[in-house]
Design a binder for this molecule. Structure first.
Ligand SMILES: C[S@@+](CC[C@H](N)C(=O)[O-])C[C@H]1O[C@@H](n2cnc3c(N)ncnc32)[C@H](O)[C@@H]1O
Length: 414
């Protein structure tokens, strides 16, 4: 009799747990409990040892896989179907600063009546949302109606005093709710126009996401997006752009254009490590203004010396052709656009490129969930993804979920 998937998954969990425990013992670390708050130190058991990191991923993926086998199918299906209630509950807690209030309450937690007194919410209604999240380990119900933060909910903490906050995050929720309306409407279902998105439908504005954000009434959304991009930056290795190209192969004075460069996330390590290069970071007016303010505080010398120039440049318009450009760098730009619009962006760059200009694209590759038999044949350097051991999904399953959700949210699908 061949071993059942369940048996193999349990075996994977126990061998991987032994690996993580051994790594922790060697490094003097502990596997954190859920009631420990999130902190870089709480995640140290996973970082700093790639073998332990992989083993931790295997445990998570195998545990979720086991849950899918042993839970009644209707329960698993409802976890997906009812996911919108979890999103709604997170939004309620985010908007009404529950995590910050619970941080101030400490590990004993706070009664939902007292949370309601602080954030002005009806305790009965708020309690429902909190309990549904506690059921998923996102908060903890310490005693009846008394909630505390967990390692998961503490990730929502802005670390500001609760009364200073004006949190908001609504457009993604609204856009997601219109996904089917957009896909079932023949005028938008196959459109590659960036104005035909569920977001545009939800906001009642025929415009791209950027045009919607650029409207005066959405100034707070634009600011929030930029804060979000800083959050994304915090999730990524700070020096990621250094590995994207052999920057030292460029001679002093070489020009690098960071197209749609945002707040200069990619430009920062390049400027720091390669002072001979000249960087032009291009974006839309509001982003350029914010980026200049940020760099004036953090890297004033780079701005004053002209090593880094932030400039307004619409990537759908022609580039200056007089610059003898060595590299066009685009990080996390093309994923926002349909193929048709990506070709338009790249065509403008091609027109300004010389025979030796290099194009560097930094994007996240979203792998299949199954093993891809052609991956080896394609042999694209840097593009192959790590493969989880069978019977896990090849991509480590739900452990990799963030990428798939970002793929929906950042693409013109939502
Ligand atoms: C997802 S962000 C990536 C930012 C940056 N490359 C990074 O990785 O931090 C996409 C950027 O494209 C910019 N953008 C959108 N439409 C643009 C346009 N028409 N011209 C220039 N930049 C644009 C946005 O303002 C935003 O900063």
């Amino acid at each position: 009799m061949s071993p059942s998937d369940a048996g193999q998954l349990l075996e994977l969990i126990s061998t991987s747990l032994a690996t993580v425990e051994k790594s922790c013992e060697t490094r003097g670390l502990n596997i954190p409990n859920l009631d420990e708050l999130y902190h870089p130190a709480s995640e140290a058991f996973r970082y700093g040892d790639p073998v332990a990191a992989e083993a931790a991923d295997i445990i998570g993926a195998a545990a979720l896989h086991l849950a899918a086998i042993f839970l009644p199918p209707q329960v698993t299906l409802y976890q997906a179907v009812g996911g919108l209630f979890k999103s709604a509950a997170i939004r309620v807690c985010l908007e009404s600063n529950v995590t910050e209030i619970l941080r101030e309450a400490g590990p004993e937690g706070m009664h939902v009546d007292d949370i309601g007194t602080k954030n002005g919410q009806d305790p009965q209604k708020l309690g429902r949302f909190l309990r549904s999240l506690a059921n998923n380990h996102i908060y903890r119900e310490v005693k009846p109606n008394v909630f505390s933060n967990t390692r998961i909910s503490s990730l929502l903490d802005t670390l500001k005093p609760s009364e200073q906050l004006l949190a908001n995050l609504d457009e993604t929720f609204k856009a997601a709710a219109y996904a089917w309306e957009s896909l079932s409407d023949p005028t938008t279902s196959r459109s590659s126009e960036p104005t035909d998105t569920p977001l545009s439908r939800a906001m009642g504005v025929k415009g791209t996401m950027w045009e919607i954000f650029a409207r005066p009434e959405n100034a707070f959304r634009a600011r929030r997006f930029n804060i979000g991009m800083r959050g994304v930056r915090a999730l990524q290795p700070i020096d990621a752009s250094l590995d994207a190209f052999d920057w030292k192969s460029l001679s002093d004075g070489a020009v690098v254009i960071d197209v749609g460069g945002g707040l200069g996330t990619s430009a920062l390590p390049i400027t720091r490590d390669f002072p001979g290069l000249r960087l032009f970071v291009q974006d839309q007016p509001s982003v350029v203004t914010e980026a200049k303010q940020l760099w004036a505080r953090t890297m004033p010398e780079a701005l004053e010396s002209g090593r880094v120039v932030f400039e307004v440049q619409d990537f759908f318009k022609p580039q200056a052709t007089s610059r003898n450009i060595s590299v066009f760098l685009l990080k996390a730009v093309l994923h926002n656009w349909s193929d048709e619009y990506s070709v338009r962006i790249l065509t403008n760059l091609r027109a300004a490129a010389g025979p030796d200009t290099k194009l560097v694209l930094m994007e996240t590759i979203i792998p299949c969930t199954c093993h891809d038999p052609f991956e080896k044949e394609r042999n694209i350097p840097g593009a192959s993804s790590r493969q989880a051991p069978a019977p896990l999904l090849a991509n480590f399953g739900a452990v990799a979920d963030l990428g798939y959700q970002a793929d929906i949210a950042a693409s013109p699908v939502v």
